[in-house]
Design a protein around this ligand. Structure first.
Ligand code: ZN
Ligand code: ZN
Ligand code: ZN
Length: 185
């Protein structure tokens, strides 16, 4: 590969050059066809709808894997969910299993204490916001036993409907959710 400064890659759909690499709100990189654009008014693609999703470079963390001691990396899924995973773990498409160390720690949203009591056990509830912005109430005694791989404590969970926490999230993601899904490799 001689020249890395030009990105004159041609669109496989229409043959026109691809446009600039842009970043979505969730931190993912994509490259659209230069003849295509997103119309925020009509919420539709104008022109060629080819989109190329680019691999987001995983970030190496200064943390060791609790399972094997290798470095952990911060990876982002195609839907913008974040997780820490072991740098030695590689997804094997044939066996549909992880080769190497399979340690994964999802980075989920935030937990807030609520001044509400659990209808099941009377302990306090917490408000949990997922990375995708969904909210649920759950019991503060709920936990996850990593060794036994099962939930511990009280199992009360209540998912909030969008209207219960102030309306549906605004469609301000630049239309990312309307884009065709990334093809499976
Ligand atoms: Zn095109
Ligand atoms: Zn590991
Ligand atoms: Zn409870």
């Amino acid at each position: 590969m001689a020249d890395e400064t030009t990105t004159s890659e041609a669109c496989p759909k229409c043959g026109k050059p691809l446009g600039e690499i842009t970043l979505t709100k969730t931190g993912r990189k994509l490259q659209r066809c230069s003849t295509g654009s997103w119309d925020p008014q009509t919420k539709q693609n104008v022109g060629c709808d080819y989109v190329k999703w680019l691999e987001v470079e995983p970030e190496e963390l200064d943390e060791a894997c609790p399972k094997c001691g290798s470095k952990l990396i911060l990876a982002t899924t195609r839907f913008g969910k974040k997780m820490k995973k072991c740098s030695t773990g590689v997804w094997n498409k044939d066996t549909k299993k992880v080769d190497g160390c399979d340690y994964v720690e999802w980075i989920n949203g935030t937990t807030e204490k609520l001044d509400e009591e659990c209808p099941q056990c009377g302990e306090k509830l917490v408000l949990f916001t997922t990375a995708a912005g969904k909210k649920m109430k759950k019991c503060s005694t709920a936990g996850w036993d990593k060794d036994a791989r099962k939930a511990t404590g009280c199992t009360y969970v209540y998912w909030l409907k969008p209207h219960e926490y102030g309306g549906a999230p605004k469609a301000d993601s630049g239309g990312e959710e309307f884009l065709p899904p990334e093809p499976e490799e």
